[in-house]
Every structure is written in C-alpha cells, then in structure tokens.
Ligand binder design. Structure first.
Ligand code: CS2
Length: 472
C-alpha cells in the first residue's frame, strides 16, 4: 500500500500528520521548483501555518521540467514523508501543504492561471541558479498581467535560490520581460502596478536536503508501514531569513510566528551562508569527486579535509563577512556536514559548478587579495576544480560533469596532464566563473598553477596535507 490521503490515517501515531482540511481550500502559494529542498523546508513552514488554522498557505507546486516526480506526488495526493534526523534523534513527519501540482514545461497555461488565481498571495521559487532565464521572467509576467487586468491584488514573489540579492535578480527579470514585450501603453501601466502592488523580497534559505536515496525510501517504508516514492531525509536545523518587504505587510508577523526571521538586513545572512556553507560544500564536493569519497559526511570525516574546511572558513571567508558570530556558525556547519543520516552525494553538489562558484568563492579571494592576505585554500580549491574537469577520479572511475557549461569546461581542462599551465590559465580566464578581476590577477593564477601541479603529481589528499603543513 502507498501513502495517500486514503491511507494517511493508518500511519503510526508517532508520525506527525496534517490534521487540517486539505480538500476544500484553494492554494495561496504557487511554488516554482518542486525539488527536495522546497518540500522539506518551506512546505513545512506553510504546513505549520496551515496547522495553526490559517488556510491561506496551501501550495500549488510546479515542477519546472520533469513530469516523473509530479506524477508520483499526484499519485500520493501531494503527501510525502520527511525524516528529520541528526544527533538529537530521528523523527518522521508528513507535511500536508502540497495541494495541487503541475509541470511548467508541459502545462504552462495551468501555471499562468495558478499565478493569476484570486486565492494566490505568494509565489516562491527554488528553480536553481541556472533557472533565472528570460523564460522564467515571461512565465511570471504572463500570470501577473492577468492579475492586473482582472483588478486582483499583487503578490509577494520570493526567490529562495542560492544567489546573492535573489529578490533583486528576480524583479529585474520580470521587468526585463515587460520591456522585451514592447506593447507600450499597457505595459507602462503594468510596470506601475508591479512596483506598487508586488514585492520581491530577498531571502536566505537553509536546510540540507539531499536527493532521496534508495536507503531513505526503504527507511520510509519501514517507519510508515506504507510505500512512499517521494520520501526525503533532512536535518533538524532549518533557517529562513526574509527581507521585510511583503505585498501584504501582515505576513511578517505570521511568518515570524512559524520561526522565520523577518529582517531589513538579509544581505549579511546571504553572504555568510553562500560563502561559508555553500562555498565549503563546493570545495568538499570537488575534493570528494576526485578522491572517490561519495558523500559530504565522508569528506568532513577525513581529518585533513575537516581541518582544511575549518581553516578555509576561519582564515579566508570569515574576515570578509558582515556577520560577527561566524565562529559559532562555522562550528555548527562542520557538525551539520558530518550528519551521518544525510547521504549528501558530492556529485549532486558538484552539479552546475559553473553557476555556483561565482557566488561561493571569488568574493572571499578578492577580500584576501585586498588585504594582502593568503588565499591558498581557495587556490587549492580552484586547482581541484581544474582537476575535476577531467571527468575521472583518482581511482580511475569516470564521472559525468553535470553542468550547462560541461562541454566547454571539459574542453578547456582536457589537456591538463600535458599542459597544466595552459589549462589552468584557460579555465581561470572564464569571467562567467570568476568575475572580471580574478582572471587578470597574476598572483592568483600562479598559486592555482602551483596547487594544480601538486594535485596532479601527488593527488588531492597529499596536496591538502602539504597546504596544512605550511600553516603555523
Ligand atoms: C548545496 C546546497 O547543492 C548545493 O549546491 O550547497 O543545496 C545546500 O545543501 C543548501 O543550500 C543548504 O541550505
């Protein structure tokens, strides 16, 4: 038997399930990007608001491209189990906020109609870094235009992707779509309506939610006594910091009541999270991929990698953060990375490196350069990235580069065994990865070349040991 609305009542009593009515109300939130993250993060915040009696937080979830997950979720009436596991214990919960589902690629009009529905108050997005395309701007705009024409109120449109200033980026995309349409007088009106009625808050979201593994699905079956093809595993920790900028200002207090931090200063949280957590993640993902360590926990479990990550954060990232409580933040992150329940695949995190590196590493390197301080940890990380583009690990296993830039990255890195310097130069010249200043910085390029030589000659582990032995 499978988890669904019909079988929900048969779950063991220890499993928290939705007690509110999921069938009569219309969703108040359209969420774009129905991946694991949203379902174990915001969907659980909205579940809490629904459980408190506020019926406006049901979700119309939109998968952007692939129909398989949406079909599985539909077969389970939008229900799925989440295992919340860490040193504090293990518990299972079935959130009930996901009420309707569509796939944007094949059901675009249904998505536009959902955005334009009178009950909709929010649009939230986790479409990944590479999802911020003109097509996304146009999709939102088509829904918003219908709202404006129907005289409906505007929306809070909250980007929740790992991008600095994500709300500003999204707003710019929607405005660019208006400009691209060029149907002058009506669109001037639409632009005024957008500015007056819609809010694009920046936000920082955090919870480690790996793609589900067969082990998690088996554990779900065991705990639930039912099959759940959509089960997920996550940690107890979660954080959502959102800018105090809402179409309906009363939402601030509501979100706070569910544990969300509402603030004018999202920036300091965003930069700390992107550079400390995500920056370390990308370093470990690359090291793990090249040394054949499968999970983040296997990487942080190796003493030399743990020390490397600790030093990277303390010496090269933290000095440039506006958040002053970084030492506790660092220690908490290292503990979270080691969570044995999270089988967080290094290859999953290494997906789309070309889209992630720009937010995660260059700001810290530039900060160190400006201070005249060492950036060797980031230089070694960049050298491991160059090594990673070979597509084969140190034990000889091939892996696939899963990245919109895969072809060009592989081409640039292909000859690195015979032409190390030229390949490092070629990959470091990419402004889309490193920004405009680093590709011209000789000191940076030289250090990456140095570490790349070590990585090729001695392997990643010895190169890390060597870097650590330089520290006093
Ligand atoms: C990870 C993030 O896949 C990645 O790039 O760094 O998904 C990370 O797990 C989350 O941002 C944690 O909040």
């Amino acid at each position: 038997m499978q988890l669904s609305a019909l079988t929900l009542a048969s779950l063991p009593a220890a499993i928290q399930t939705p007690t509110y009515d999921r069938t009569t109300g219309a969703p108040g939130v359209v969420h774009l990007g129905l991946g694991a993250f949203h379902r174990a993060h915001q969907a659980m915040v909205f579940d809490q608001l629904l459980a408190s009696g506020d019926t406006r937080w049901g979700i119309h979830g939109v998968g952007m491209t692939r129909p398989d997950l949406v079909n599985q979720l539909k077969a389970q009436d939008g229900l799925y189990a989440v295992r919340i596991a860490d040193a504090n214990g293990v518990k299972w919960q079935v959130p009930g906020a996901l009420w309707r589902m569509n796939v944007a690629a094949t059901e675009r009009d249904a998505v536009v109609q959902a955005i334009a529905a009178p009950s909709t108050r929010w649009v939230t997005l986790t479409v990944t870094e590479k999802g911020y395309t003109p097509a996304l701007g146009q999709l939102l705009l088509d829904g918003l235009r219908l709202r404006q024409q129907a005289g409906l109120p505007g929306l809070t449109i909250a980007s929740c992707d790992n991008l600095q200033g994500n709300g500003h980026k999204l707003q710019a995309l929607v405005k660019a779509a208006i400009q691209a349409n060029d149907t002058a007088p009506q669109d001037a009106e639409l632009l005024r309506w957008l500015d007056a009625q819609c809010a694009f808050p920046c936000s920082m979201v955090d919870r480690i939610v790996p793609a589900a593994t067969p082990e998690v699905l088996a554990a779900a079956q065991e705990a639930l006594g039912l099959q759940d093809a959509c089960a997920l595993s996550t940690e107890g920790f979660w954080e959502w910091v959102i800018e105090d900028r809402f179409a309906d200002p009363l939402d601030a207090t509501l979100l706070q009541s569910a544990g969300v931090r509402v603030t004018r200063d999202v920036h300091s949280y965003e930069e700390a999270k992107l550079r400390m957590l995500n920056g370390s993640h990308t370093v470990m993902a690359l090291m793990g991929a090249v040394t054949a360590r499968p999970y983040i926990a296997s990487c942080i479990g190796a003493a030399h990698i743990r020390t490397f990550v600790h030093q990277l954060m303390s010496n090269e990232v933290a000095p440039h953060l506006s958040r002053s409580d970084w030492a506790e933040y660092r220690d908490a992150l290292i503990a979270r990375f080691g969570n044995p329940y999270l089988k967080h695949s290094v290859h999953q995190i290494a997906t789309d490196n070309s889209q992630k590196i720009p937010q995660r590493w260059p700001p810290s390197v530039l900060g160190q350069i400006a201070k005249g301080a060492s950036f060797d940890h980031h230089a070694l990380a960049a050298a491991v990235f160059v090594r990673y583009t070979l597509g084969v690990d140190e034990s000889g296993q091939n892996y696939v580069l899963n990245d919109p830039q895969a072809a060009s990255l592989s081409a640039l890195g292909a000859a690195q065994r015979s032409e190390s310097a030229a390949c490092v130069r070629g990959l470091l010249a990419r402004e889309d990865l490193w920004g405009s200043a680093l590709p011209n910085n000789t000191a940076w390029i030289n250090r990456v070349m140095h570490w790349h030589q070590q990585v090729l000659q001695n392997g990643v582990d010895l190169a890390i040991q060597q870097l650590l032995s330089l520290e006093v």
